[in-house]
Ligand binder design. Structure first.
Ligand code: PMP
Length: 451
């Protein structure tokens, strides 16, 4: 395809690699302009939670378009934004009911950090400004979010311009080869937060940000249960705010509205996006504890905001998306179909010794490829497995999402995260195409295969 002259907007596509041009999409399927059909096995980048072209969402958007598409938030309040804020608040842990709309995940994360800082200033704790993050992690690509993101590939070119925040290792317990139980390892990793707070000086630490179920950086990493509760305790001990980046894990994908619910954790601030707008409109939200918001408002207001924030069209789309999730029990479906898909993926480990781990919750699932399962030694980088397998799947009409983790330790992981409307038949189709793709990869890279 190298003979095609790149369009002027080529930089938008990140590199010179070309992709087929999208024609249309419906449900879990997408078609390119040649008529080839793809099963959207990663919901784009874990975005299209309710599938494509949902009639109810499209109708809600059309109806809103006939009324108004934009009203600047400092001039007008609007009904879809108010209703959506009420609905989101009703789905949050009690007290977490102040909703600030944005247009994406990076904006949601930036908003969380800026609210936290203004809360500290407003409450006489101006010495607090450091937000500890994890390594690896992904929190967005704007400078503020990048200061937290633990991915050398993303941050390295900008390091002289960034005020990078302290980072502790993400709880990659599945890689550890010690005599501890998983729960003990969870406590060990959580303890690293306590050590880091003490090292930094507790009076300087504002918050800790984490993806409760990892996404692009760690491939659906789930920590042992002990980790979540202990992190909350440590934050409380030092008055450090706990920020959950649920941009990928939120809005129902893991089987509950927030992934936090799996562990009964009440974060102080939550960042949402991706499945929240579900690909219909750019939409995100920062949801905060009213205890943080009130002092900021008393001190003169939140000094922050984006022009497109809370626009009626995006909020009408988001409202219809969340209603669709609730009315059709798509979170229940994500839990059920996710369990089926996870067990099918786990089943592949017998046939492919180079699958080292299968992990995740609900329909936020991933598998990792390795050279040796016992030692979890990664495949050689030169294999480019994270690119090759995706290409094999693409040829067969299956879209999956992959990364080579470059924080802590290198490793190829693949997210398999179809929309939450996926059925048992779709799981069958995903598995059939994935098996054929893994066979092709094994043949290409001369990887061992079982029966
Ligand atoms: N946080 C997390 C956990 C994400 O997965 C992403 C996107 N991959 C972001 C933040 C940034 O979102 P956006 O690309 O919409 O700015």
């Amino acid at each position: 395809m190298s003979d095609i002259v790149p369009p002027p907007s080529n930089l938008f596509y990140q590199s010179r690699n070309r992709r087929p041009r999208l024609d249309r999409a419906e449900g879990v399927y997408m078609w390119d302009e040649t008529g080839k059909r793809y099963l959207d096995g990663s919901s784009g980048a874990m975005v299209s939670n309710i599938g494509h072209s949902n009639p109810r969402v499209l109708a809600a958007m059309r109806a809103q378009m006939d009324r108004s598409t934009f009203g600047y938030r400092l001039h007008f309040e609007n009904e879809p934004a108010e209703e959506l804020a009420r609905l989101v608040a009703s789905l949050m842990p009690a007290g977490l009911d102040r909703v600030f709309f944005v247009s994406g995940g990076s904006e949601a994360v930036e908003s969380a950090v800026k609210l936290a800082r203004q809360w500290a200033v407003a409450t006489g704790q101006a010495s607090r400004w450091k937000v500890i993050a994890r390594y690896p992690s992904y929190h967005g690509s704007t400078f503020g979010a990048l200061a937290l993101t633990g991915m050398a590939l993303m941050t390295a070119p900008f390091s002289p311009m960034l005020r990078e925040m302290p980072r502790i290792p993400a709880p990659t317990c599945y890689l550890d080869r010690d005599s501890l139980s998983m729960e003990e390892r969870g406590l060990r990793y959580a303890g690293m937060l306590r050590e880091e707070i003490l090292r930094q000086g507790p009076e300087t630490v504002l918050g800790f940000i984490m993806e409760p179920v990892g996404g692009a950086s760690t491939g659906a990493l789930v920590a042992p249960d002990s980790y979540y509760a202990r992190i909350r305790e440590i934050c409380d001990e030092f008055g450090v705010l706990l920020i959950y980046d649920e941009v990928m894990s939120g809005a129902g994908r893991t089987g509950t509205f927030l992934a936090a619910e799996h562990w009964g954790i009440r974060p102080d601030i939550v960042a949402l996006s991706k499945g929240f707008g579900a690909g219909y409109m750019p939409l995100g939200a920062m949801v905060a504890d009213r205890r943080l918001v009130e002092p900021v408002l008393d001190a003169g207001g939140f000094v922050h905001g984006f022009t497109y924030a809370g626009n009626p069209l995006a909020c009408a789309a988001g409202l219809a998306v969340i209603r669709e999730v609730l009315d059709n029990d798509l979170m229940g479906n994500a839990a059920r179909i996710g369990a089926l898909l996870k067990s099918e993926l786990t089943g592949l480990m017998a046939r492919y010794p180079f699958i080292g781990d299968v992990r995740g919750k609900g329909l936020l699932l991933a598998f990792e490829l390795v050279a040796d399962r016992e030692t979890m030694t990664p495949l050689p980088k030169a294999h480019d497995a994270y690119v090759r397998l995706v290409e094999h799947a693409y040829e067969r009409g299956l879209i999956i999402y992959s990364r080579r983790t470059r924080g802590g330790r290198e490793g190829d992981h693949f997210l398999v995260c179809p929309p939450m409307i996926a059925t048992q038949a779709h799981v069958g189709e995903i598995m059939e195409k994935l098996v054929a793709s893994l066979d092709a990869l094994a043949a290409e890279l001369d990887l061992p295969r079982g029966n």
